[in-house]
Design a binder for this molecule. Structure first.
Ligand code: ADP
Ligand code: ASP
Ligand code: MG
Length: 471
């Protein structure tokens, strides 16, 4: 039976001519078997950062620097094209497309240079060039290999609100566009290569879904086309027991649940964007995470029900660059609404809260936000709670920097006593001080805060617990 598969390829997977050859092998294997494939691509590795850097250079008036960035980007895409495609119409027309995009990019940088500032809309317009170029490259190489393929800017199908840099899909409109324009393409046998990470507002301005958002794009296209499967092709064999860059003993998990992967992603596992499971959940579409550079490996299957491992703790993640805010005061006891107003102030200051913890004495509570928002959030809280501070109901709002959040994930924690005990004994045995603890009511994860200087030892000690369960 013919399947519809959405495949998302990350930055490293399209980051070199060899990688793109692998991508094309992977796609043509499926199309050759009569399956239909929607390809979603990231920018070539490093390109998004370079583009963001060039906006900064343009704002600072450093014309030489952004022109140099533009030259390097142009060369990298051109070289890749020249290596992968023989001279001829396909190569020339793709080269012309990419050159036109690069010209547009430099024009925007010039405008930013003159104005000395960039709005969020401009940042998105610039950063989009990475995916717009890689999609054209990949489609051209697929055509070369006999696939009827064409590149599409995601904004043709994916309509979002106008929160530039962090846009949210408008589902009904997106679904309608996909039904009316993308599905007919697939029926005609076209293999579309769509830019990940990007959308567009109703009036056509380019938006982005947040850093690492191509995984989310893959999920949106898989859900709205009712794909049989979403495959996230990346540079590791699957979802692992921890980030292999932090501990080389990390092992691939063959099966994890949507909920477990949601917690892992939220608490810092870069392998999937935290929003990836959202569109997929209701439809129950299976997700696979696989390695573009090792396609023989089956990878990780993510679906509704995972399986419990012997140790219950399946995986370990960490988030750096966070700050701990503590609101404390003896007069807080029994005063309603302090926590509510604190979180409202944080939201109004634009910070999202990563973890919350309150002791039962109600004399203090603490929560974590990303480091760069912490001072701003502190000021917002002090303004909102000025009366309580003046009355000394609240003594102080403190910011503690140089901390990290560690999270142990495993859905079997629900109903298995003693997991938290094992986690904190492991920290105790290492002499690591645990600053704050939180466990969600879903009991699928335990998070806690330690000093940043303890990060590596804490990850290793916690990872030991996860590895005990892997055969
Ligand atoms: P892509 O460009 O394909 O989206 P990313 O760099 O965004 O790739 O994500 C893949 C990286 O995520 C891996 O190279 C790995 O270092 C990191 N990572 C962090 N935690 C995990 C984990 N638990 N399992 C697998 N990879 C992880
Ligand atoms: N290229 C974008 C980024 O680097 C999106 C992605 O790779 O998922 O954030
Ligand atoms: Mg990624």
């Amino acid at each position: 039976m013919s399947k519809l598969i959405t495949m998302k390829f990350g930055g490293t997977s399209v980051g070199s001519p060899e990688a793109i050859s692998n991508v094309v092998d992977i796609v043509t294997r499926e199309t050759g078997m009569g399956h239909r494939v929607i390809v979603v691509v990231s920018a070539m590795s490093g390109v998004t950062d370079a583009l963001l850097g060039s906006v900064k250079q343009a704002i600072a008036g450093n014309k030489w620097a952004y022109l140099e960035t533009a030259r390097k980007l142009r060369d990298r895409h051109d070289d890749t094209l020249n290596i992968l495609l023989p001279p001829g119409k396909n190569r020339e027309s793709t080269q012309a497309d990419i050159a036109a995009l690069m010209d547009e990019y430099v024009e925007i940088c010039q405008a930013v240079n003159i104005l000395g500032e960039a709005t969020p809309r401009i940042w998105d317009a610039v950063v989009a060039f990475g995916e717009r170029m890689s999609a054209r490259l990949v489609a051209a190489v697929l055509r070369q290999r006999g696939v009827d393929s064409c590149a599409y800017d995601a904004g043709e199908f994916l309509i979002t609100d106008d929160q530039f840099q962090q846009a949210v899909p408008l589902w009904d409109e997106t679904q309608a566009r996909i039904d009316n324009t993308l599905l007919p393409l697939l029926q005609r046998g076209v293999t579309p290569v769509i830019t990940g990470f990007l959308g567009a507002t109703r009036d056509g301005s380019i938006t982005t879904l947040g850093r690492g958002g191509s995984d989310y794009s893959g999920a949106i296209f898989a859900a709205c086309t009712n794909s049989d499967e979403l495959i996230i092709w990346t540079d590791v064999d699957g979802v692992m027991t921890t980030d292999p860059r932090l501990d080389r003993r990390a092992r691939v998990l063959p099966l994890v649940s949507y909920q477990e992967v949601g917690e892992l992603a939220f608490y810092g596992a870069k392998v999937l964007h935290p929003k990836t499971v959202q569109p997929i959940l209701d439809k129950g579409i299976p997700i696979r995470v696989r390695n573009t550079f090792n396609p023989g490996h089956p990878g990780t299957l993510i679906r509704e029900n995972g399986e419990q491992t012997k140790t219950v703790i399946k995986a370990v993640t960490s988030i750096k660059n966070v700050s701990l805010l503590t609101v404390s005061g003896k007069g807080m006891i029994g005063v309603p609404g302090i926590a509510g107003r604190t979180f409202l102030a944080s939201a109004q200051a634009g910070a999202s809260i990563l973890m919350i913890s309150q002791s039962s004495s109600e004399q203090s509570f603490c929560f974590l936000v990303t480091e760069h928002t912490a001072e701003h959030v502190k000021q917002a809280i002090e303004t909102k709670l000025a009366a309580e501070l003046a009355r000394r109901d609240i003594d102080r709002v403190e910011v503690q920097e140089d901390v990290v959040i560690l999270t142990a994930v495993g859905s079997g924690m629900r109903g298995t006593p003693g997991v938290a005990g094992r986690v904190f004994s492991a920290m105790g045995n290492q002499g690591i001080n645990v600053i704050s603890i939180a466990q969600g009511s879903s009991e699928c994860s335990i998070s806690f805060v330690v000093a940043e200087s303890d990060l590596e030892r804490a990850v290793i000690a916690l990872h030991d617990l996860a590895l005990e369960g892997v055969a």
